[in-house]
Design a protein. Structure first.
Ligand SMILES: [Zn+2]
Length: 457
């Protein structure tokens, strides 16, 4: 949210819903202010840690096998993530690997270091995402244009020279090394290549550049360091057959086995919703299948439950978080309103595991009465003791449920696809059963369930 001189207020949201203001803060809240506010709120719930060092937990987590579940830090509410990581790690050892990711350029060095320090024992797999796609010479200007000309990376970007320095002679080996050094300095345990946007109108050159940067990065690694190839794509790379096959050929031809791929989604139809674009989903299915068949590892940052369902297609890992911007990497838009108008009351929302969807809290309560009763997780137990809605606890509950779902497909005796199909089928039945008493409409409607079902056959 920001004020301008004409007396209007701007909100940036990533959904088509007009009244999505409660979600706006996640995209717009100033990162440095948030850091000041959140100082000292770690250990709100008191994490436990009984991590047991295997030979190299990072190498284990980057191999085909148990999926990698990544908690993605946002600008707000990150103080609760150590408690979430400890809860999940203790519960699901062997069924999944827990990782953590945070934006490098959108965080100050001190805050990022503090955050990683708080996560070290519970989450040995740490990504400090360089987000080079947000540079002005990559996707930065297009993203800023969707945010009322406010760049994604604000003041904190000045801490990172690789992010702000122009590269007039083109990206070089030295620049790639700077990108790696920035991540090392924060304690990242998986290093990422820069992740510049691959321009689909310049297919050959953009893929060649991504490959060159991966080669430079690989040759700059010290013994024992881990690398993932970071790519930022726009939808044509997955929806256009020529581009998709060219991309897949390139990935298969590269010596690298771990890829961290982000695709810019269209504006979300629902706040905290899932990707509903069938062509893009088909592209993900093929991408994930090809990775699995070739023993390569695909990680999909910022994909929420869409990342979860893609585990059934062959994806190895995904990230999600408390804010909308951590659950999806989607186009945004600006909502303007007169300052003098009363602000609409925020809608509190929460994840309802039985229907695999985020609904408003009133509806969630009604569904709870029909279903198996209140959630038994420690975060919901705490929420029920509080007089006011606590968004951090609601976010922690969502992350715990996402981890439950991830472990659920990982440990199923008949494999991930069967497990996911059963879970989705049960959720669809629950929606149908509830419909007479609690009809799920508009933003409460889990529109992704009928779209997912045929993709799980
Ligand atoms: Zn809960």
């Amino acid at each position: 949210m920001s004020d301008d001189e004409e007396g209007t207020i701007e909100f940036i949201v990533d959904s088509l819903e007009a009244n999505a203001l409660d979600d706006a803060e996640d995209l717009e809240f100033d990162a440095e202010t948030a850091e000041l506010l959140s100082e000292g709120d770690e250990d709100e719930i008191g994490g436990i840690d009984d991590h047991d060092e295997s030979e190299d937990p990072v190498a284990e987590a980057l191999k085909p096998g148990a999926p990698l579940f990544i908690l993605h830090k946002g600008a707000q509410h990150s103080g609760i993530l150590p408690a979430v990581a400890a809860d999940i790690t203790g519960r699901y050892r062997g069924a999944l690997h827990v990782g953590v990711a945070a934006s490098l350029p959108r965080t100050s060095p001190a805050a990022l270091k503090r955050f990683f320090d708080s996560m070290t024992s519970a989450a040995p797999i740490r990504f400090a995402d360089p987000e080079a796609f947000a540079r002005p010479d990559s996707l930065g200007q297009a993203i800023a244009a969707q945010r009322g000309d406010k760049p994604l990376v604000g003041r904190s970007g000045a801490h990172w020279s690789y992010f702000g320095d122009p590269q007039p002679g083109g990206y070089s080996d030295t620049w790639v090394q700077d990108v790696l050094d920035a991540q090392r300095s924060m304690g990242a345990s998986v290093l990422l290549t820069p992740g510049l946007w691959a321009d689909p109108t310049n297919m050959q050159a953009s893929l060649a550049s991504a490959r060159q940067q991966a080669i430079w990065a690989r040759s700059a690694l010290a013994p024992g360091e881990h690398l993932a190839v970071n790519m930022t794509l726009t939808p044509p790379w997955l929806t256009n057959v020529t581009l998709r096959h060219k991309l897949l050929d390139e990935i298969l031809d590269m010596n690298e086995s771990v890829f961290y791929i982000r695709v810019r989604w269209p504006l979300m139809p629902q706040p905290y919703g899932q990707l509903l674009d069938p062509a893009l989903l088909d592209g993900y299915v093929e991408l994930a299948n090809v990775f699995e068949e070739n023993d390569k590892v695909l990680i999909l940052p910022n994909t929420g439950l869409t990342g979860w369902i893609s585990l059934a297609w062959g994806t190895h890992g995904y990230s999600t978080g408390i804010g909308a911007g951590e659950r999806s990497f989607a186009d945004t838009r600006v909502i303007r309103m007169k300052r003098t108008n009363p602000r609409p009351a925020p809608t509190n929302r929460t994840f309802v595991g039985e229907v695999l969807h985020v609904t408003d809290v009133t509806t969630a309560g009604q569904l709870e009465q029909l279903g198996p009763g209140p959630c038994k997780c420690r975060f919901c137990a705490r929420q029920r003791q509080l007089p006011q809605w606590d968004k951090a606890l609601a976010g922690a509950h969502y992350l715990r449920q996402a981890a439950d779902l991830t472990a659920g497909v990982s440990t199923h005796s008949r494999g991930r696809r069967t497990a996911a199909r059963q879970i989705v089928r049960t959720a669809s039945s629950q929606v149908a059963l509830a419909s007479a008493q609690v009809p799920l409409t508009a933003t409460n409607d889990p529109k992704h369930l009928p779209i997912w079902a045929p993709l799980l056959r």
